[in-house]
Design a protein around this ligand. Structure first.
Ligand SMILES: [Zn+2]
Length: 128
């Protein structure tokens, strides 16, 4: 299940905090980000377990944006609300609030994709 939390990445050698990012580990295990980082203290190069968006396969992009678990939760939530309230104003507001809260997850993913594409563009401009 997708949940939101802070994830700390620490250098395995000197325990320096490398980066801290929002977003728990998804069920599919896909994360957008720089694939390698270098520790600023001991210069150890390590894999982050992340990939840039341009390195995602078509299947991975679909899984990242539309995890099956999330779809089931949204559909179940809407179905339960409709059955219980038979479309009264209260249930409509309930769905709206649910969607607003839920929209944080795809929004954070879209932001991650955008910054990944920005990194790709700037590294091309530098001629790497
Ligand atoms: Zn280090």
């Amino acid at each position: 299940m997708t949940y939101i939390s802070w994830t700390d990445n620490k250098c395995p050698r000197c325990k320096t905090l490398i980066d801290r990012h929002l977003g728990g580990r998804d069920a599919v295990g896909l994360r957008i980000g720089v694939p390698y980082v270098t520790c600023r203290k001991c210069q150890l190069r390590m894999s982050t377990g992340s990939k840039e968006w341009s390195d995602f396969t078509h299947q991975e992009r679909r899984n990242y944006l539309f995890p099956t678990v999330d779809k089931i939760i949204v559909l179940a939530g809407v179905a339960i609300t409709l059955l219980a309230g038979s479309f009264q104003l209260g249930s409509f507001i309930f769905i709206l609030i649910g969607l607003l809260v839920y929209s944080v997850v795809p929004l954070s993913k879209l932001l991650a994709i955008r910054s990944s594409e920005k990194r790709a563009r700037s590294s091309q401009a530098e001629g790497k």
